[in-house]
Write a protein that binds this ligand. Structure first.
Ligand code: RIB
Ligand code: CA
Length: 327
């Protein structure tokens, strides 16, 4: 039995963050060491509450939660509550069964302390990179001492989702994103819109999922309803792009995506603020600091994602998805 891979998830729950948390926490190949929360989709206090909502659902309140940045390094904070709801979870206003406490030290301090020495633990960042940037300031060896660093964010050739060229996580805090790409000291494995836009949760997925695990699907249906409406209104699609779970799936099995190494920089001001400038053709002649994903085998994503979150047999899910053409 291969040992579970240790991960710390830095996130901004957030609807798709919550789906990624469910997927990672239930995954048989992963051990979620801790969850660190940053402002992003929701104000950080709401992100913490939404994290506890997911941990309560999974009965995994043993996983420590650390509260991090309440605003970007220097920009004013702009949430994505228009997309995720004022409560950050699709306007369901879930009530927690108890008052849960975050850990005493900040997310940034926890990350800096944890990576004071080499660890076989990876970081999967699903939100703006403010916590990571501030932890790097506290501990410049953080990148060297973590095993892998995965970031859902940015885009190479795909259009932006909060400006013509910028993806939300890096637009929300472009200075943090630039600092991480520049100072991490290992490649940022960037799971950008070029690949996440192919991961669209559709009504037929929910109809199928309901038949396998009604309780889990009921929660997912509740939190994605608002997200479906947003996507119809602004992207004119029936369904919703679930970006963050792909970052987890890619960490578990990087063969589901293809990509290339490149030097990447992040625009921090002006009309293109938050854009990832991917130097694929090496104009700047700089050392590659990122691995940029360009294609994904969506069927392989859905098989693993649904197998894990629905506690199902992989063979059943695989056969059904192929038969129902849901991949
Ligand atoms: O642009 C999509 C990303 O921004 C996702 O991580 C979503 O949760 C938001 O944080
Ligand atoms: Ca997110």
């Amino acid at each position: 039995m291969t040992p579970k891979q240790k991960i710390i998830i830095d996130c901004d729950p957030g609807i798709d963050d919550s789906l990624a948390l469910i997927y990672a926490i239930k995954h048989p190949k992963l051990q979620v060491v801790a969850i660190t929360v940053t402002a992003g989709n929701s104000p950080v206090e709401l992100g913490v509450k939404n994290t506890f909502t997911v941990l309560e659902l999974l009965n995994r309140l043993d996983i420590p939660v650390y509260q991090g940045a309440s605003h970007p390094l220097s920009r004013e904070f702009v949430s994505a509550q228009d997309t995720h709801g004022m409560d950050g979870l699709g306007e369901n206003n879930f009530q927690l069964k108890s008052d849960y406490a975050v850990q005493e030290i900040s997310a940034q301090q926890f990350l800096a302390n944890y990576f004071e020495k080499k660890r076989q633990t990876s970081i999967i960042a699903l939100g703006p990179l403010t916590n990571i940037a501030q932890a790097l300031d506290l501990n410049p060896s953080l990148g060297k001492n973590c095993y892998r660093f995965i970031s859902m964010g940015g885009s190479y050739k795909s259009h932006g989702n909060c400006s013509p060229v910028a993806e939300y996580n890096y637009w929300c805090d472009p200075h943090a994103a630039q600092l991480v790409f520049d100072k991490l000291g290992k490649k940022v494995e960037m799971v950008g819109l070029d690949v996440t836009r192919s991961i669209v949760l559709k009504p037929n997925h929910l109809e199928y999922m309901r038949r396998i695990d009604e309780e889990m699907t009921d929660f997912i249906r509740k939190i994605t309803r608002f997200y479906f409406d947003f996507h119809w209104k602004y992207e004119h699609i029936i369904g919703c792009v679930i970006n963050d779970p792909l970052a987890v799936a890619y960490f578990v099995d990087s063969s589901i995506c293809t990509g290339f190494d490149s030097y990447t920089d992040v625009v921090t001001q002006g009309i293109a603020m938050g854009q990832t400038v991917v130097d694929h053709y090496d104009f700047y002649n700089k050392k590659a600091n990122s691995h940029i994903l360009t294609q994904v085998e969506t069927n392989l994503f859905w098989i693993d994602f649904l197998t894990v979150i629905l506690n199902a047999q992989k063979s059943l899910i695989s056969d059904d998805l192929n038969f129902l053409k849901l991949g």
